[in-house]
Design a protein around this ligand. Structure first.
Ligand code: GLP
Length: 249
């Protein structure tokens, strides 16, 4: 089922697997249309099915990642080692990059081991600009409405920056760690302007626990208290959900 809310197109699929297949096809179309695209990737449990589908399509010879100009991930914990199984660096290799024919040198993920995280954030922003900006950015949405790690706050922060994670995000993400104490307290994340500068955005959202926040983001007021609500100001946003997350839309 397809619906529009202002500039946002919402596609609701019965199951998570169906949503994942369509999200993968959306990325595949972009790569076929422009093999040298700059792609923005996201982590979290929601895109895992989409990454699996993309890897399958690559294996079948349906899509070719070899000419992708650059990839930029939204965020990374800070501090964290690349070898840590909970790092987004590790996640991306494990879920996507190890399974596709991409040139490793074009992959960018904020460095969770940087000695100077503020300098790393600045340099990351410059690298995105140098690549000519992002053609298609994938997003998930946090339980509190965050995109990347742009947490709810009093204002939107524009550029890639260091952020202190909220207790609710630490709690939500602690399911992947041994304990809440093991979750890094900070992260490096693209800012709201960085995300909004992407030419096209695809947000994936699944499970009933996200239904309320997704409805508020898509139909409510634009406010930094719900960072994903800013997407209403973007000209080309597609939201794909399973039936559970889309139940209020
Ligand atoms: C993390 C990531 C976000 C992601 C969110 C939702 O906090 N920084 O980019 O959207 O998790 O994750 P999940 O898909 O597991 O609900």
């Amino acid at each position: 089922m397809k619906k529009t809310y202002g500039n946002i197109t919402v596609c609701i699929y019965e199951t998570y697997d169906e949503m994942s297949e369509h999200a993968a096809a959306f990325f595949a179309d972009e790569i076929k249309r422009a093999p040298g695209s700059v792609l923005g990737f996201a982590t979290g449990s929601t895109p895992v099915g989409m990454y699996r589908a993309l890897a399958g399509m690559n294996k079948q010879g349906e899509i070719d990642f070899s000419r992708v100009r650059a990839t930029f991930n939204l965020d990374e914990y800070y501090p964290i080692n690349k070898t840590d199984a909970q790092s987004y660096y590790y996640f991306m290799a494990d879920n996507l990059f190890d399974h596709i024919n991409i040139d490793r040198s074009v992959i960018h993920i904020p460095n969770g081991q940087a000695a100077d995280p503020a300098a790393e954030a600045k340099s990351y922003e410059q690298q995105i600009a140098a690549a000519g900006g992002i053609d298609l950015q994938l997003l998930g949405i946090g339980a509190n409405g965050h995109i990347g790690f742009n947490e709810p706050g009093e204002c939107f922060i524009s550029d890639t920056h260091v952020v202190t994670l909220t207790p609710s995000t630490i709690d939500a993400n602690s399911r992947f760690f041994d304990s809440p104490e093991a979750v890094p307290k900070q992260a490096l994340t693209m800012g709201i302007k960085t995300i909004m500068s992407a030419k096209k955005i695809l947000l994936v959202c699944a499970s009933e626990s996200k239904a309320g926040i997704l409805r508020d983001a898509v139909t409510g007021d634009i406010t930094p208290k719900l960072p994903a609500s800013i997407l209403k100001l973007h000209a080309d946003v597609t939201v794909m959900t399973d039936a559970a997350a889309g139940k209020y839309l």
